[in-house]
Design a protein. Structure first.
Length: 320
C-alpha cells in the first residue's frame, strides 16, 4: 500500500474513547424488559467503549449462549442521545436489504429509547488504517450508495445543503484564533467552504458519520456500516471521501485510493477542495469548545481531524 508521512499520531485510544452507561446501572424494570426481548437472562454485558457518546451500548451475553447488541438512552437524563437513537431506529427500519448494515430487531420508545440490533461477530478496522480494511469499507459504501439512490420513500430526509449550513458558523473564531495559519490561505479556505452547496447535493441517502468506530469487519473481511443516526439526502461520493480523512492522517496515500474508486475517480478536484474546506471550518471550530465530561477525547479527535483536513487541503491547493 502506498503511504505518505502521517500528519501526527492519533491522539485518542481507538477502543476506549466513550464513557458509557453500564448494564448494572440501567433501571431494574428496563433490564427485565430487555431480558424478555432477548429471551434469556443476561449473564454478562460487554460495553462498547469506542465512539464519543455516553449512551448505553453493550453486547449482552445471555444464559442460553445468545448474544445481542443493545443501545439505550434515557429520554429525561440523556435527551439528545435518546433523540439520536430514536432517529437511528427509524433509519435502520427503512434500510433496504442491499445495504451492508446490522438490522434493527426491536426497539422501545418510552421513558427510555432502546434498540435491539442484530449482533455480528466482527471487529473494528485496524488502526492505523490498512488497505484491506479500507477497501472493504469503501466497497460497503459503494454497495450502500447503489441501494440508497434514491433514498427510501418513507424517509423524510433533510438535504445536505440545509443540514451542513451550520458547519460554516465557526469561521469567525478560526480567523481570530489561528494566527499560526496564513491569513490568505485561511481566506481562500473559507471562500471554498462557503461554496459547499454547489457540490454536496444529490439523490442518495448519505450516512454522514462514517469513521472507524462506525464500521465493522466480519470474519470474511466484509464491512458493515453502523450508527445510522443522521443521514441526509446528498451526493453519492460524500461518505467515501469522508472515510479517507483518518487514513490520510495516518499516512495512507488516499489520492491513489481515490483514483481507483468508482464513486470518487470522476469527481471534479475542486469539489473535494470545497468539501475539505468545509471540514476544516467545522472541526477546528468544534475543537475549541469545552470538553464534554462524558466524552473526554472528543475535542482531541476533532482537532486532529481538522489538522488532517487542513494539511490535505494545503497540499491540494499548492500552499507552502
Amino acid at each position: 500500500m502506498s503511504r505518505t508521512a502521517p500528519v501526527a499520531p492519533y491522539p485518542a485510544p481507538h477502543d476506549n474513547t466513550a464513557r458509557r452507561l453500564e448494564w448494572p446501572f440501567l433501571p431494574p424494570n428496563l433490564r427485565a424488559w430487555i431480558e424478555r426481548k432477548c429471551g434469556s437472562p443476561v449473564v454478562s454485558a460487554i460495553s462498547q467503549t469506542s465512539g464519543f457518546t455516553p449512551g448505553f451500548a453493550s453486547v449482552l451475553v445471555c444464559e442460553d449462549g445468545s448474544r445481542h447488541f443493545v443501545k439505550a438512552a434515557s429520554v429525561k437524563a440523556q435527551r439528545t442521545f435518546a433523540d439520536s437513537y430514536r432517529e437511528e431506529a427509524r433509519k435502520l427500519a427503512a434500510l433496504p436489504a442491499g445495504v451492508p448494515a446490522p438490522r434493527l430487531l426491536w426497539h422501545l420508545d418510552d421513558e427510555w429509547v432502546v434498540l435491539g440490533i442484530e449482533y455480528v461477530a466482527a471487529r473494528a478496522p485496524r488502526r492505523p488504517w490498512e488497505r484491506e480494511d479500507l477497501d472493504a469499507a469503501l466497497d460497503a459504501l459503494e454497495q450502500a450508495a447503489d441501494a440508497l439512490t434514491p433514498p427510501p420513500a418513507e424517509l423524510d430526509l433533510d438535504t445536505a445543503e440545509d443540514d451542513f449550513a451550520p458547519l460554516l458558523d465557526g469561521w469567525t473564531g478560526i480567523r481570530e484564533s489561528r494566527s499560526d495559519l496564513d491569513p490568505a490561505h485561511l481566506a481562500e479556505a473559507e471562500a471554498l467552504a462557503r461554496r459547499y452547496a454547489e457540490v454536496v447535493g444529490g439523490d442518495t441517502l448519505v450516512h454522514t458519520d462514517v469513521r472507524s468506530d462506525n464500521v465493522l469487519i466480519d470474519p470474511e473481511g466484509r464491512a458493515l456500516l453502523c450508527d445510522w443516526n443522521w443521514p441526509v439526502r446528498g451526493a453519492a461520493w460524500f461518505d467515501s471521501f469522508a472515510l479517507l480523512i483518518a487514513p490520510r492522517g495516518e499516512g495512507v496515500d488516499v489520492e491513489a485510493v481515490m483514483a481507483e474508486r468508482r464513486l470518487l475517480s470522476d469527481v471534479p478536484p475542486e469539489t473535494f477542495d470545497i468539501n475539505l474546506a468545509l471540514y476544516v471550518g467545522y472541526f477546528l471550530a468544534q475543537a475549541e469548545l469545552p470538553v464534554p465530561p462524558t466524552s473526554p477525547y472528543l475535542r482531541d479527535h476533532q482537532r486532529w481531524q481538522g489538522e488532517v483536513c487542513w494539511q490535505w487541503l494545503a497540499e491540494r491547493r499548492g500552499w507552502s
